[in-house]
Write a protein of this length. Structure first.
Length: 177
């Protein structure tokens, strides 16, 4: 199935509309299945053309997955030579694109690190001397209340250690034993 055949059919659509109804795909079952037609012509892929652009997603064409059609050479030696040159140029451009992508990722990572550093720096609030004194007095008062509760027997030694030193102290052995 050549591209010119399909384009010829579209140009004479008034005459061939009844024969080739694939130009107007609807939900009807009467229309010609382009995917099946392409498979019967042993096409490796569907051609890129404006007539198929609209209906490309509706065509149930499944190419053979293990065929690498870019490795199939032309019979014409001039065309094959030109194809090989194009492939080497493509390989070079792929390497350049890969390098550009790597540099872009590096820049993004560096920018993310800078933003994180600035965010951490901004989140650290400077506390004045008066505020530091107030927080220290609050911590001291909390420690005193906990000690009084421990002396009166309202909390256990484990609870006292947990409240005073956090959960990291739990795993350490007690010095009193």
């Amino acid at each position: 199935m050549k591209i010119s055949n399909l384009q010829g059919v579209t140009q004479c659509s008034n005459k061939c509309l009844l024969t080739f109804t694939f130009l107007h795909i609807t939900n009807s079952e009467k229309h010609l299945d382009l995917g099946h037609l392409a498979t019967s012509f042993c096409l490796l892929k569907l051609p890129k053309m404006p007539e198929l652009a609209k209906i490309h997603t509706k065509v149930n064409f499944r190419p053979e997955p293990n065929i690498e059609f870019y490795k199939i050479p032309y019979e014409d030696k001039k065309r094959e030579k030109a194809r090989q040159l194009r492939l080497t140029d493509d390989a070079r451009s792929e390497k350049l694109a890969k390098r550009r992508e790597e540099k872009k990722q590096e820049r993004e990572e560096k920018k993310a690190k800078q933003e994180a550093r600035l965010k951490n720096k901004a989140s650290r609030k400077r506390v004045g001397r008066h505020q530091q004194l107030l927080t220290e007095w609050d911590e001291l008062a909390k420690e005193e209340r906990l000690y009084k509760k421990l002396k009166r027997g309202r909390i256990t030694q484990e609870k006292y250690d947990e409240e005073m030193f956090g959960e990291t102290q739990r795993n350490l052995p007690n010095n009193k034993e």
